[in-house]
Structures are given as structure tokens and as C-alpha cells.
Ligand binder design. Structure first.
Ligand code: MF3
Ligand code: CO
Length: 248
């Protein structure tokens, strides 16, 4: 069942989203060569505590950290490790913030120092794909309209769209119905209604969309070792169109 949120509940999620957005702005200031993803993870824990919020990912299905930190060929769910980031890396930091029992979810890819033109273009196109998806997040449209807009654009730019991980409904639970693929035909899937809240979180690869998961059971990588990027917002469907709850 797809739950519809009241305006008050959407406001509560927006509070979580504003804290998350502020946290990403702080992370952007801190990402540079030599910093470890674990240090960023610890910064996030402290930042959220200061804002009366908690990291929902920590302990979720046994996930051990506040953030996911996915470097270079890691698509998603990378552990924030102790290996320092290097000049030229790209890293996606993903987190879910819980404020008073209501959640928001946002991932952002960051450049570490100076990155290659190829990596730069992947980041730019992936972010643009997210916003093209968001434009379709209007009452009366279907989930497939979001999926299709993202896939068509990403593939036209020469990238592949990850199949194995999708966006999702969100509220008091991290993963609610419906699921939101970033590929597939327009005009299919559940119809969007005022009060739905979903994530849109395209993961684009330079090479194949195929993924494999490391022995840690979490870290998902591109099978061909190519770079992967991801941008994610939490979006409420409102009478006035899509409301980005995690806007930075
Ligand atoms: N934030 C992720 C998403 O976008 C979920 C992370 S899975 C977890 O759906 F286990 F790390 F929490
Ligand atoms: Co996320």
C-alpha cells in the first residue's frame, strides 16, 4: 500500500530534509584529498546529534555506519573506510536522517580535488538526470514517467542506468512503497498522488550497468570497474508540483 502523508507529516519530513541538506553543505567543505570517509561519517554523527537527529542507516538491516561512502567504481552502499581520499577520486555520500520519527534521504557525489573531464561530465549528467526525473514527479503522472525521463537522457549522454537499486517511498520507514526504478517505459506503474513522498536517486555508470556486491555483503561495484555517480533527493508530490525536501 502506498501511504499518503498529511501536510503536517510532510513538514516533519522537511525538517529532517533541511538538516540533511545542511549536513551535505558541510560535507562539501570537508571533502578533499587526505580526508577519510570514516572521518566524514564521524562528522555526520556529531552534526546530526547537534541537531537533535539520528542516522537512520546505522543498524538498518545490520548496516554498521551513519553514511554510505561509495568511491569511484562503487555504485552504492560502500562502507566509510579508513583509506584517505585521493586527488581525482569521486565519492558519493548517502544518508537517511531521522528527526522526531520522520525521515529524509539524500545522496550526493563529490569531486575530490581535481577530477578528470570524464568524471566531471559523469557527475554533471547524473545530477541533471535527477532533476529531469523530479520534473516528472507531479500528481497524475505515473512512476514510469520519472523512470523513462531519466533513462532516455542518461543513455543519450552515453551512460548506463543501474538496474539493481531503485528509489522508493519514504516516511516513518526508510523503504516504503512504491519502488521507483530509474529505467523503464513511460506511462506505466502507480499513479502519483498528492501526499506521496518518494526518493529519486539515479546511479549512472560510464560502462555497463551490471553490478556485483563485495564479500562484505553491502558494497556494490560496477562489474567492469567503470566510474559510477549518484544524486538523490526526497520529493513530496504536492498540489504545487514536486517539493524537494532535501534541497541544499
Ligand atoms: N540511503 C539508501 C537509499 O537511498 C539506503 C541505504 S541502505 C543502508 O535507499 F543500509 F545503508 F541503510
Ligand atoms: Co539514500
Amino acid at each position: 500500500m502506498i501511504s499518503l502523508k498529511t501536510p503536517e507529516q510532510i513538514n516533519a519530513m522537511h525538517e529532517a530534509g533541511k538538516i540533511l541538506a545542511a549536513c551535505h553543505r558541510e560535507i562539501a567543505q570537508r571533502i578533499r584529498p587526505g580526508v577519510t570517509p570514516r572521518e566524514i561519517d564521524q562528522f555526520v554523527e556529531t552534526f546530526l546529534a547537534k541537531h537533535g537527529a539520528t542516522p537512520e542507516q546505522k543498524g538498518y538491516m545490520g548496516y554498521p555506519f551513519a553514511t554510505c561512502a561509495s568511491v569511484n567504481d562503487v555504485i552504492c552502499h560502500g562502507f566509510p573506510g579508513d583509506k584517505p581520499l585521493k586527488d581525482g577520486d569521486i565519492v558519493t555520500i548517502d544518508m537517511v536522517v531521522n528527526k522526531n520519527g520522520w525521515l529524509a534521504d539524500s545522496a550526493w557525489s563529490y569531486a575530490v580535488g581535481t577530477i578528470s573531464p570524464e568524471a566531471e561530465r559523469l557527475l554533471r549528467v547524473t545530477e541533471e538526470a535527477l532533476y529531469l526525473g523530479i520534473e516528472q514527479a507531479i500528481a497524475g503522472n505515473r512512476i514510469g514517467d520519472i523512470s523513462h525521463a531519466i533513462q532516455v537522457f542518461a543513455e543519450k549522454q552515453g551512460y548506463s542506468v543501474v538496474r539493481d537499486f531503485t528509489g522508493h517511498g519514504i516516511g516513518s520507514q526508510m523503504h516504503e512503497e512504491p519502488y521507483v526504478p530509474h529505467f523503464g517505459p513511460a506511462g506505466k506503474g502507480p499513479r502519483l498522488k498528492e501526499g506521496m513522498v518518494i526518493t529519486i536517486e539515479p546511479m549512472l555508470n560510464i560502462g555497463t550497468y551490471h553490478a556485483r556486491v563485495d564479500e562484505d555483503g553491502w558494497t556494490a561495484r560496477t562489474r567492469d570497474g567503470s566510474l559510477s555517480a549518484q544524486y538523490e533527493h526526497t520529493i513530496a508530490i504536492t498540489a504545487d508540483g514536486p517539493l524537494i525536501l532535501t534541497k541544499q
